[in-house]
Design a protein around this ligand. Structure first.
Ligand SMILES: C[S@@+](CC[C@H](N)C(=O)[O-])C[C@H]1O[C@@H](n2cnc3c(N)ncnc32)[C@H](O)[C@@H]1O
Length: 281
């Protein structure tokens, strides 16, 4: 059913943008007005509100912060996939040999803005398939996102055939359990990540812009912060990169999305190793 979207004035959009920027550091460009209007109209209807004016009042009065999360769930894109940015996995395949040559047998990895989990599960499956003796390694992956809804999906780790895409059959057999689930389309086959892979990952909610970084405990060998900084303006991005890079061990790596860049970062802490891969100095 195609239901009409609510009207939004320029000043209401401006107020909404300011709210989003203040709360989560996401910059909503003016040309996003139609997109925001259509995505949020559904939410207004659910809340039985009559206008964006009423929605803004509701947002400002909501002391719990729950509506802010609902708002972020609607406006941010959670698009992700297994083995996204193939060249980074090719790079890491070589790097694994360097890890293996060193004595240490621990790896700490952070997937910041992990969305529905494909990124941290890819990291786990990649290491389990690439390390010669993965059982000898102590591997822990921290995965965070701002959206509680998407984190629930990530923790569930249950994916449709479409989500699975072209993952090789050997990986499906090794790392997933098949599951039949009744959906609106009928009985559908899903793939659930096996418990031993899930157990390598700790999922937490964390706001990369306003979160308390002292709660991110370890020093990481690698941080993946991909396809999230596109939403941030220069100042916000600098703050996030500074906080995250302080959490990477010397010689560790920082991965960003292919369409992103850190060209404005001049403090020299992160050196460009390959496109979208930085090394901590
Ligand atoms: C496009 S997905 C990227 C997922 C994954 N990193 C990848 O590259 O496939 C962006 C994610 O960033 C999250 N996000 C947006 N703003 C955030 C913030 N301020 N702090 C933490 N996560 C945020 C969204 O909820 C969404 O799940």
């Amino acid at each position: 059913m195609n239901v009409a979207a609510y009207e939004i004035t320029k000043s209401e959009f401006k107020e909404l943008s300011e709210f989003v920027y203040k709360e989560v550091g996401i910059h909503l460009a003016e040309h996003k007005i139609m997109l925001v209007r259509s995505r949020l109209s559904k939410r207004l209807r659910e809340l039985n509100l009559r206008s964006f004016k009423e929605y803004l009042a509701y947002l400002n009065e909501d002391g719990s912060g729950e509506e802010t999360i609902m708002l972020i769930n609607e406006i941010s894109t959670n698009v992700t996939s297994f083995f996204r940015e193939q060249s980074q996995w090719d790079f890491l395949e070589q790097e694994v040999k360097v890890f293996e040559a060193a004595k240490k047998r621990t790896l700490r990895i952070y997937s910041a803005a992990c969305s529905s989990g494909q990124e941290p599960y890819t990291i786990a499956m990649f290491l389990l398939s690439t390390l010669k003796n993965p059982q000898d390694w102590d591997i822990k992956i921290l995965a965070t996102d701002i959206s509680e809804n998407i984190l629930l999906k990530a923790m569930e780790g249950c994916y449709s055939a479409q989500d699975i895409g072209a993952l090789p059959k050997s990986m499906l057999l090794k790392f997933f359990d098949k599951k039949n689930i009744m959906t609106k389309q009928g009985n559908e086959l899903f793939y659930e990540i096996k418990p031993f892979v899930k157990s390598m990952i700790t999922f937490r909610s964390f706001n990369l812009v306003y979160g308390n970084y002292s709660k991110i405990p370890q020093s990481f060998d690698m941080i993946f912060c991909r396809n999230v900084m596109i939403y941030f303006d220069k100042e916000t991005k600098e703050g996030v990169v500074k906080n995250l890079s302080s959490k990477i061990l010397k010689g560790g790596y920082f991965f960003i999305g292919h369409s992103e860049s850190l060209v404005t970062m001049k403090d020299g802490v992160l050196k460009l190793e390959k496109p979208s891969i930085y090394k901590k100095q």
